[in-house]
Write a protein that binds this ligand. Structure first.
Ligand code: MG
Length: 313
């Protein structure tokens, strides 16, 4: 199944096409482009090189109106576009009733890995917008806390926390972080689906952290793997507000857990995985012994070795 087509035409044909799609022209044109248009069945982008790219369910059919498919050349002048797959969210995704899922804490040495999934009914979308639900990276911790408390009061959701000790144990057994994430996403989604029964969402949007094929490979031995109407997007928060909501709920939980860990450590732990983190981990080793680090941190990060060296100085 092909959801895109490329044809090579003359500039005069491109001018004809531009005229033809006049009512559907997009305001923005990519670099090297002549025009971009969006019709019901596909999007069309024409380039100065004479290549025209069609993407969407009706791509092949629409392209056939104008010319032959261009032979595949090693050096295409068309900028590489991601091919549309069964995992690409449909154009109308943002207006659907959907479950979204996202994770937090994967790049932080300290603290747990948390995945949240939340369901947003399409009738609730305006409310979420009104509340200010958006990409959690643009929100302060205070805003996240206030929003999360509101969201969990009315959205069906699931929140899974993989604490450091368990994380390290599973990691030690050979599970990589991607596998752990995939399992948690699938599990969180399943929990929300259970809560919704017998109702079913129109879509499930996963904030993409690996290629969908890899995601499913990670879940090969798992039960109840969701595949129906599951879409992946690397910018999940902007694709559907359910992902943004899930992200806010997960981040709120992470901030709380992080504060708890800092309290346990007796000093404020830094986020991320930089030099400050090495120093803080060294401090924990000196204070409580190396064996305690596993309850605070993701030991497979390179920070562990650096912290040990610092602590031994
Ligand atoms: Mg994410």
């Amino acid at each position: 199944m092909s959801n895109y087509a490329v044809i090579q035409v003359s500039i005069s044909v491109i001018e004809q096409m531009k005229h033809h799609y006049n009512a559907y022209l997009a305001p923005k044109v990519p670099p090297g482009g002549v025009f971009s248009a969006k019709i019901a069945s596909c999007t069309i982008t024409a380039y100065k090189s004479g290549k025209v790219l069609f993407q969407g369910t009706g791509a092949v059919q629409e392209a056939a109106r104008w010319g032959q498919q261009a032979p595949a050349t090693a050096k295409s002048t068309v900028p590489k576009k991601k091919a549309v797959t069964i995992y690409t969210p449909p154009d109308e995704i943002g207006a659907m009733s959907a479950i979204g899922s996202d994770e937090v804490g994967t790049g932080d040495y300290f603290g747990p890995m948390i995945v949240a999934a939340a369901y947003v009914e399409k009738t609730q979308l305006p409310l979420l917008k009104e509340l200010g639900v958006r990409d959690s990276k643009t929100l302060t911790d205070e805003q996240i806390a206030a929003l999360a408390k509101q969201l969990i009061s009315f959205l069906p959701y699931s929140l899974l926390t993989l604490h450091n000790e368990k994380y390290n144990e599973l990691q030690g057994k050979g599970l990589n972080q991607g596998e752990l994430k995939a399992r948690m996403h699938n599990q969180a989604i399943n929990k929300v689906l259970e809560r919704l029964q017998p109702h079913k969402p129109e879509a499930i949007v996963i904030d993409q952290f690996v290629q969908p094929d890899t995601y499913y490979k990670y879940l090969a031995k798992q039960k109840n793997v969701q595949r129906e109407n599951v879409y992946f997007s690397t910018k999940g928060e902007s694709v559907h507000l359910a992902v943004a909501a899930a992200s806010i709920i997960a981040r709120y939980a992470f901030v709380k857990q992080f504060a708890e860990l800092s309290k346990q450590a007796g000093f404020i732990l830094p986020k991320g995985a930089g030099a400050q983190v090495d120093a803080a981990a060294a401090k924990i080793i000196k204070k409580y012994g190396e064996g305690c680090l596993k309850t605070y941190a993701k030991l497979h990060f390179a920070n562990t070795e650096k912290a040990k060296q610092l602590a031994n100085k």
